[in-house]
Design a protein. Sequence first.
Length: 178
Amino acid sequence: MTALLESMTCLRDLTMVLLMLDGALRPGEVLGLQLGHIAYGRRRVTIRKRDDHPRGVRAKSRHERVVDLLEPRTLDAVNRYVLHERPVDAPSPFVFLVGGWGARRCEPLSYAALVRMFARRLDTLGIRTVDKTPNALRHPRDSDVGGGDAGVGVATTPRTRLTGVDSDRHPGLRPAGS
Protein backbone atom coordinates (compact mmCIF):
# COMPACT_ATOMS: atom_id res chain seq x y z
CA MET A 1 0.00 0.00 0.00
CA THR A 2 2.86 2.35 0.74
CA ALA A 3 4.16 1.98 -2.82
CA LEU A 4 0.74 2.87 -4.22
CA LEU A 5 0.42 6.00 -2.09
CA GLU A 6 3.99 7.10 -2.78
CA SER A 7 3.46 6.66 -6.53
CA MET A 8 0.57 9.13 -6.61
CA THR A 9 1.63 12.40 -8.22
CA CYS A 10 -1.84 13.89 -8.68
CA LEU A 11 -3.44 15.27 -5.51
CA ARG A 12 -6.90 14.42 -6.81
CA ASP A 13 -6.02 10.75 -7.24
CA LEU A 14 -4.20 10.55 -3.89
CA THR A 15 -7.16 12.16 -2.13
CA MET A 16 -9.65 9.70 -3.64
CA VAL A 17 -7.48 6.72 -2.66
CA LEU A 18 -7.04 8.02 0.90
CA LEU A 19 -10.79 8.56 1.32
CA MET A 20 -11.42 4.95 0.28
CA LEU A 21 -8.54 3.57 2.34
CA ASP A 22 -8.71 5.64 5.54
CA GLY A 23 -12.38 6.63 5.43
CA ALA A 24 -13.72 3.29 4.14
CA LEU A 25 -15.75 5.13 1.50
CA ARG A 26 -17.02 3.35 -1.58
CA PRO A 27 -15.88 4.70 -4.96
CA GLY A 28 -19.38 6.04 -5.70
CA GLU A 29 -19.43 7.81 -2.34
CA VAL A 30 -16.08 9.46 -3.03
CA LEU A 31 -17.15 10.62 -6.50
CA GLY A 32 -20.48 11.90 -5.16
CA LEU A 33 -18.90 14.11 -2.50
CA GLN A 34 -19.77 17.76 -2.82
CA LEU A 35 -17.86 20.67 -1.32
CA GLY A 36 -20.63 21.27 1.22
CA HIS A 37 -20.33 17.69 2.49
CA ILE A 38 -16.89 18.35 4.00
CA ALA A 39 -16.75 19.61 7.60
CA TYR A 40 -13.09 20.56 7.99
CA GLY A 41 -13.39 21.70 11.61
CA ARG A 42 -15.12 18.49 12.66
CA ARG A 43 -12.82 16.30 10.51
CA ARG A 44 -15.69 14.51 8.81
CA VAL A 45 -17.59 14.10 5.58
CA THR A 46 -21.28 13.48 5.11
CA ILE A 47 -22.23 10.77 2.65
CA ARG A 48 -25.60 11.49 1.05
CA LYS A 49 -27.66 9.46 -1.37
CA ARG A 50 -27.89 11.52 -4.52
CA ASP A 51 -29.17 10.84 -8.00
CA ASP A 52 -27.95 14.06 -9.61
CA HIS A 53 -24.38 13.16 -10.60
CA PRO A 54 -24.06 14.02 -14.30
CA ARG A 55 -21.93 10.92 -14.96
CA GLY A 56 -24.44 8.59 -13.30
CA VAL A 57 -22.36 7.92 -10.17
CA ARG A 58 -24.39 6.87 -7.14
CA ALA A 59 -23.66 5.78 -3.61
CA LYS A 60 -24.73 2.24 -2.80
CA SER A 61 -26.36 3.07 0.52
CA ARG A 62 -29.78 4.68 0.66
CA HIS A 63 -29.01 6.18 4.05
CA GLU A 64 -27.11 9.32 4.87
CA ARG A 65 -24.18 8.88 7.22
CA VAL A 66 -21.28 10.82 8.68
CA VAL A 67 -17.73 9.48 8.39
CA ASP A 68 -15.03 10.80 10.72
CA LEU A 69 -11.66 11.23 9.03
CA LEU A 70 -9.38 10.16 11.86
CA GLU A 71 -6.21 9.96 9.76
CA PRO A 72 -4.79 13.50 9.52
CA ARG A 73 -3.29 12.74 6.11
CA THR A 74 -6.74 12.22 4.59
CA LEU A 75 -8.29 15.56 5.50
CA ASP A 76 -4.96 17.24 4.68
CA ALA A 77 -5.07 15.69 1.19
CA VAL A 78 -8.70 16.81 0.70
CA ASN A 79 -7.77 20.33 1.76
CA ARG A 80 -4.68 20.52 -0.46
CA TYR A 81 -6.59 19.18 -3.48
CA VAL A 82 -9.49 21.62 -3.07
CA LEU A 83 -7.19 24.60 -2.51
CA HIS A 84 -4.40 23.88 -4.98
CA GLU A 85 -5.45 21.46 -7.72
CA ARG A 86 -9.22 21.50 -8.14
CA PRO A 87 -10.15 23.99 -10.88
CA VAL A 88 -10.95 27.29 -9.16
CA ASP A 89 -13.44 28.33 -11.83
CA ALA A 90 -15.45 25.10 -11.60
CA PRO A 91 -19.20 25.71 -11.44
CA SER A 92 -19.79 22.16 -10.18
CA PRO A 93 -20.31 21.49 -6.46
CA PHE A 94 -18.74 18.03 -6.82
CA VAL A 95 -15.30 17.71 -5.25
CA PHE A 96 -13.58 15.48 -7.81
CA LEU A 97 -13.47 16.97 -11.29
CA VAL A 98 -11.73 16.43 -14.59
CA GLY A 99 -8.69 18.71 -14.66
CA GLY A 100 -6.52 19.96 -17.49
CA TRP A 101 -7.73 22.14 -20.36
CA GLY A 102 -9.75 19.71 -22.48
CA ALA A 103 -13.43 19.82 -23.42
CA ARG A 104 -14.44 17.91 -20.27
CA ARG A 105 -12.53 20.18 -17.88
CA CYS A 106 -14.47 20.89 -14.67
CA GLU A 107 -16.94 18.03 -15.24
CA PRO A 108 -17.44 15.63 -12.33
CA LEU A 109 -15.19 12.59 -12.59
CA SER A 110 -16.84 9.34 -13.70
CA TYR A 111 -16.60 5.94 -12.06
CA ALA A 112 -14.88 4.59 -15.20
CA ALA A 113 -12.21 7.30 -14.92
CA LEU A 114 -11.51 6.37 -11.30
CA VAL A 115 -11.22 2.67 -12.20
CA ARG A 116 -8.88 3.48 -15.12
CA MET A 117 -6.67 5.67 -12.93
CA PHE A 118 -6.43 2.94 -10.30
CA ALA A 119 -5.69 0.19 -12.84
CA ARG A 120 -3.00 2.28 -14.56
CA ARG A 121 -1.32 3.02 -11.24
CA LEU A 122 -1.27 -0.69 -10.29
CA ASP A 123 0.02 -1.58 -13.78
CA THR A 124 2.84 0.93 -13.39
CA LEU A 125 3.79 -0.67 -10.07
CA GLY A 126 3.47 -4.18 -11.54
CA ILE A 127 0.98 -5.29 -8.88
CA ARG A 128 -2.33 -5.33 -10.75
CA THR A 129 -4.55 -8.39 -10.31
CA VAL A 130 -8.26 -8.92 -10.91
CA ASP A 131 -9.12 -8.60 -7.20
CA LYS A 132 -7.36 -5.26 -6.75
CA THR A 133 -10.08 -2.70 -7.31
CA PRO A 134 -10.87 0.73 -5.88
CA ASN A 135 -13.62 -0.84 -3.76
CA ALA A 136 -11.08 -3.25 -2.23
CA LEU A 137 -9.38 -0.25 -0.58
CA ARG A 138 -12.23 0.08 1.89
CA HIS A 139 -11.65 -3.51 3.04
CA PRO A 140 -7.91 -3.50 3.76
CA ARG A 141 -7.98 -6.73 5.74
CA ASP A 142 -9.80 -8.55 2.95
CA SER A 143 -7.45 -7.48 0.18
CA ASP A 144 -3.79 -7.27 -0.68
CA VAL A 145 -4.46 -3.77 -2.00
CA GLY A 146 -5.21 -2.47 1.47
CA GLY A 147 -2.77 -4.76 3.23
CA GLY A 148 -3.58 -7.06 6.10
CA ASP A 149 -5.10 -10.48 6.47
CA ALA A 150 -8.36 -11.81 5.10
CA GLY A 151 -11.13 -12.93 7.35
CA VAL A 152 -12.10 -9.81 9.26
CA GLY A 153 -15.28 -8.24 7.97
CA VAL A 154 -16.12 -4.57 8.01
CA ALA A 155 -19.53 -3.46 9.24
CA THR A 156 -20.55 -0.55 7.05
CA THR A 157 -24.20 -0.05 7.92
CA PRO A 158 -24.99 3.55 8.84
CA ARG A 159 -26.00 2.83 12.44
CA THR A 160 -23.14 0.48 13.26
CA ARG A 161 -19.73 1.36 14.59
CA LEU A 162 -16.95 -0.65 13.02
CA THR A 163 -15.84 -3.60 15.09
CA GLY A 164 -13.04 -6.09 14.68
CA VAL A 165 -10.90 -3.80 12.55
CA ASP A 166 -7.89 -1.57 13.04
CA SER A 167 -9.49 1.62 14.38
CA ASP A 168 -6.61 3.72 13.10
CA ARG A 169 -7.49 2.73 9.53
CA HIS A 170 -11.30 2.74 9.73
CA PRO A 171 -13.26 5.53 11.40
CA GLY A 172 -16.52 4.84 13.17
CA LEU A 173 -19.66 5.38 11.20
CA ARG A 174 -22.57 7.24 12.70
CA PRO A 175 -25.95 8.30 11.40
CA ALA A 176 -25.87 11.85 10.05
CA GLY A 177 -26.55 14.53 12.62
CA SER A 178 -24.94 12.75 15.55
